[in-house]
Design a protein around this ligand. Structure first.
Ligand code: PLP
Length: 395
């Protein structure tokens, strides 16, 4: 078990000694010599900036912090989580290739693999990531990667990253892990993931004011993504704006405090709802099938994360409950996660609506399932009391 990382060990000062690095407010950069410009296009000159779609100092600072967070050699940042995911998949695969993916994943990623990459003859099998035998049996000579979410959206299945990594290594393919739900407390790369992806939009930024993403991996892979001739990220152009990169970096400084508080509050609510007999899923609960596995993977000081789900049985009940919660100022009926306020949505009709109903039923995603991203409430016991009063009106 790794100890809590102190991200504050990274410090880049501003131009005039400012405690925050200066923001690079330019899309293009001058060269003193024409030869250096040519060399930079060839990817040969470290520390030279060319054009912001390729890189910028502000994006490199945020990338540095992300690499530190995940313990990888390097990291690139992108304009969204999907910008990061689509770039990685298109970099690793070409026509005729096969992706092996967990079946409970974010709906946008599912739709990208099912409907978009298939247009280029890159096909995906979606399998139960907790069934290693089935997973191994699904690997074909064309399989180019194994993809999963460390904690899946929205079912909160726990991926056994160590075992998945062994399997991937045995077949000489990379393990790609989306760690959006579990920043800091699951250090996916140290458990064996080759490429770790984040939607920075969520906990890492924590203020719900922008979308952004990151890829944390080896330096070679990150540089290949921004190669001017063949880099998927460079050529698809999902570039994060430097101003945004600078603001996300500042928000990251409090990530450890926020994640601990999100986790503490989520554990309290999950235990309380479970104790009154509501079907509750949270990896910190002993009733969760992945609880022991979680214990063997997490950084204990942070906890089990800020997301839990309740299953109220029907969509009608879920919708009525969410509207009541919002009316009583207990959070917002909104997608996304990691905000200081609690956010909730019925996953089947929102962030997983890209997955068809039969498939949702097969994977155990009930229409009455509400996903909660728990906020930073100061008095969570009082919050639960009020949430329960609302629930009593619904059940
Ligand atoms: N990965 C997960 C687990 C997500 O929940 C999301 C968005 O909800 C994404 C990736 C996509 O991120 P973004 O919305 O920043 O593109």
């Amino acid at each position: 078990m790794k100890a809590l990382k102190d991200l504050n060990c990274i410090q880049n000062f501003g131009e005039f000694g400012g405690v925050n690095p200066s923001i690079s407010d330019s899309s293009t950069y001058t060269f003193l010599a024409a030869k250096t410009m040519f060399d930079t296009f060839e990817g040969n000159t470290e520390g030279c900036y060319l054009y912001t779609r390729h890189s910028s100092p502000s994006n490199l600072y945020l990338g540095e912090a992300m690499a530190e967070l995940e313990g990888t050699e390097f990291a690139n940042v992108y304009a969204s989580g999907m910008g990061a995911i689509s770039s990685v998949l298109l970099q690793l695969c070409q026509s005729g290739d096969h992706i092996l993916s967990g079946r409970t994943i974010y709906g946008g990623t599912y739709a990208f693999m099912k409907n978009f990459t298939s247009k280029f003859n890159i096909n995906t099998d979606f399998v139960d990531i907790t069934n290693l035998e089935l997973l191994e049996a699904s690997i074909t000579p064309s399989t180019k990667l194994i993809y999963c979410e460390a904690l899946s959206n929205p079912l909160l299945e726990v991926a056994d990253i160590r075992s998945l990594s062994k399997l991937a290594k045995k077949h000489h393919i990379p393990l790609v892990v989306d760690n959006t739900f579990s920043p800091m407390f699951i250090q996916a790369a140290s458990l064996g993931a080759d490429i770790v992806i984040h939607s920075l939009t969520k906990f890492i930024n924590g203020t719900s004011d922008c979308v952004a993403g990151a890829v944390c991996a080896s330096k070679d892979f990150c540089l290949s993504l921004k190669d001017v001739n063949s880099g998927a990220a460079m050529l698809l152009g999902s570039t994060l704006d430097s101003l945004r990169a600078a603001s996300i970096l500042k928000n990251m400084r409090t990530l450890h405090l926020r994640m601990s508080k999100h986790s503490e509050n989520a554990l309290y609510l999950a235990q309380s709802f479970e104790s009154i007999g509501v079907r509750t899923v949270y990896p910190g609960l002993e009733s969760h099938p992945g609880h022991q596995l979680m214990n063997s993977m997490i950084v204990k000081e942070i906890g089990y994360g800020g997301i839990f789900t309740l299953d109220l049985g029907t969509l009608d009940k879920a919708n009525t409950y969410m509207e009541l919660l919002q009316e009583h100022q207990l959070g917002y009926l909104a997608v996304s996660l990691g905000f200081y306020k609690t956010l909730f949505s019925a996953s089947g009709t929102s962030t997983s609506s890209e997955i068809d109903i039969e498939e949702q039923a097969k994977m155990g995603l009930s229409p009455g399932l509400i996903r909660f991203s728990v906020g930073l409430d100061g008095d969570i016991a009082a919050t639960f009391k009020r949430m329960k009063e609302c629930l009593d009106k619904v059940l």
